[in-house]
Design a binder for this molecule. Structure first.
Ligand code: SF4
Ligand code: SF4
Length: 561
């Protein structure tokens, strides 16, 4: 295996034996194979799409396949193998359709560029001119396919291909969430197929790939906007909410991940059963949606961000439902009460499947909860949330007045991810050290590094404005645009806003590309820079966007404030 897609990659270079995340080498290799399957599927499906022969199921499969390989999403060998086989079947069916409709012929291979013949048609580097279209491969026989031709020796091209692939994984995750709620976008899918193919195209060098990476960011903004629309149209606009972090005496179910539809179904099915529901990790912002607040048994949030789950799940005592990332390999002590659903998976953990209509039956979890003890109390009190764009804009007058009056001197976007490494205490220290006339804008699980600190308010405006999950990052864009309009600034970089972003996995890569595509400069990124960014690619980012790594709280405060 070789994987360096996340911030916690071994020694900052790459995981080669087992993932730091717990991913085993065989699963890592299968995930690489799955990505390869999706790239070859993208080739055929892009032709189907151009001829209006595509279908929604293939789109869903591409999104799910990419999402499954995001860090801490699916560790199941069985699931990844199944997806590889399904991917080949889908591809074969599309190919048959394209042949039947004469979009391609058995001899079409001769007209394709060499890299397509070598990498997609499956004929290898020494293939003749007339090629059979991709021989049948399965999750078992894929190991016999020589994938070394997929890897380029050019470090910068490799780096940009990886950056693009990880951006696409993030985009797939966000698009999948919108899809679940019935919001789809054909142009986004067409871009994803084009970009997947670009990661194999030997005719594309650095000059062609850099714009493609930025395009990935701008399609990312569109994807985040669509997800925002899906969430707020379905569940209402989040409202400022003091979320309870204590516990009650009833048995409970803990729900984590990002899938709001799963939460909705769980709340509906637990209503009146005497079983409470708590959120964990990135599900915390769900407490601020009007549609969920109406449930009496929706108690609040339990614990902190994803990496604390081993300790916190043990103490929760009741069943835990993981709806998406981030699951970490479960401890024996709660293995019999953790469940996955949707795209999440872990061999040995019970998976709750959706029916044809997306409905899920959580009765087994609820039944188990009834026999469990109530959660052990970890903390008490509340944390403020629910400042997505509508509620932030509803107090825009106050905010603008505070900016114009000098009570707020600076906004610092501290969005992004949390992680288990000790150096992330930097973000707590940084938040504490910020001057009293600064306001933190956040989204994502990075907030757990400072959302329980008492940072106070400025004229009734909390000093931590929490827009929600990383899925809600679009809110930060809307807030920044509204601020620019209100104070009459044309260039987003002239706003009194600094960026100190924490990243961990590929959804954050997409958010970063989205910010770059909006022209945001001077982003400080940490705790370390991505291992997959080569020195030359980093230079491009520095020259064009002045991206820089974070250092010490003292130095960074001087730079950012
Ligand atoms: S996802 Fe991160 S921790 Fe897991 S194997 Fe890849 S680089 Fe390593
Ligand atoms: S904030 Fe980061 S680590 Fe947390 S779920 Fe989102 S992308 Fe993953």
């Amino acid at each position: 295996m070789f994987c360096y897609q996340c911030e916690e990659t071994l020694n900052g270079t790459g995981c080669t034996k087992n993932g730091v995340c717990g991913k085993k080498a065989d699963v890592a290799d299968l995930q690489d194979d799955l990505i390869y399957v999706l790239k070859s599927l993208a080739f055929y499906n892009s032709k189907a799409r151009a001829n209006k022969l595509n279908d929604a199921k293939t789109d869903e499969f591409i999104l799910e396949g990419l999402f499954a390989t995001v860090t801490n999403t699916n560790f199941s060998k069985t699931d990844i193998k199944r997806m590889i086989d399904e991917g080949f079947d889908i591809k074969d069916n599309i190919k048959k359709k394209l042949l039947a409709e004469k979009v391609i012929t058995e001899k079409s291979g001769s007209s394709f560029p060499r890299w397509i013949k070598e990498k997609i048609l499956g004929a290898g580097p020494n293939a003749g001119e007339e090629l059979p279209l991709m021989a049948k491969v399965t999750s078992e026989s894929i190991n016999n396919v020589d994938t070394s031709i997929l890897v380029t020796q050019n470090e910068d091209v490799r780096s940009l291909r990886e950056l693009l692939t990880y951006g696409l994984k993030g985009m797939a995750a966000y698009a999948h969430h919108a899809n679940v709620l019935g919001y789809k976008d054909d142009e986004t899918m067409a871009f994803m197929e084009r970009a997947l193919l670009a990661t194999m195209d030997d005719d594309m060098g650095v000059d062609e790939l850099v714009p493609m990476v930025l395009e990935c960011g701008s399609v990312g903004v569109k994807t985040l906007a669509l997800l925002d629309k899906a969430n707020t149209t379905t569940y209402g606009n989040p409202e400022p909410t003091a979320v309870n972090i204590g516990v009650r005496d009833n048995p409970g179910i803990l729900i984590s991940g990002h899938d709001l539809r799963d939460l909705e179904q769980l709340l509906e099915q637990t209503r009146g059963t005497g079983v409470d529901v708590y959120t964990h990790g990135e599900m915390l912002p769900a407490n601020s949606y009007p549609a969920f607040k109406k449930y009496d048994n929706f108690v609040g949030n339990y614990g902190g961000s994803w990496w604390r789950q081993k300790n916190e799940f043990e103490k929760f005592n009741g069943p835990i439902l993981m709806t998406t990332n981030c699951i970490v390999p479960p401890k024996e002590s709660y293995l019999n009460r953790i469940y996955t659903t949707g795209i999440a998976g872990f061999d040995g953990v019970t998976h709750i499947k959706a029916g044809e209509d997306g409905g899920k039956d959580f009765s087994a979890i609820i039944e188990q909860a009834r026999s469990c003890k109530a959660p052990e109390q970890l903390e008490e009190g509340t944390i403020m949330g629910g400042f997505a764009h509508e509620s932030a804009l509803s107090v825009a007058d106050k905010i603008i007045a505070a900016v114009k009056g000098g009570q707020i001197k600076k906004f610092v976007v501290m969005a992004g991810c949390d992680g288990r490494h000790k150096e992330r205490s930097y973000y707590t220290d940084f938040a504490e050290a910020l001057p009293d006339d600064t306001v933190i804008l956040t989204a994502g699980c990075a907030k757990y590094r400072y959302n329980k600190l008492d940072l106070g308010e400025i004229g009734g405006i909390p000093r931590v404005i929490d827009a929600g999950q990383c899925n809600d990052s679009y809110s930060l864009v809307v807030i920044a645009q509204a601020l620019a309009e209100a104070i009459g600034v044309e260039d987003i970089n002239d706003l009194p806003v600094s960026y100190n972003i924490a990243w961990y996995e590929q959804k954050a890569v997409l958010v970063l590309l989205a910010l770059l595509s909006l022209g945001v400069k001077n982003i400080m990124l940490g705790p370390t820079l991505p291992a997959f960014v080569s020195p030359n690619v980093l230079n491009v980012l520095v020259e064009n966007f002045n991206i820089r790594p974070n250092s010490t709280v003292e130095k960074d405060l001087k730079v950012l404030i």
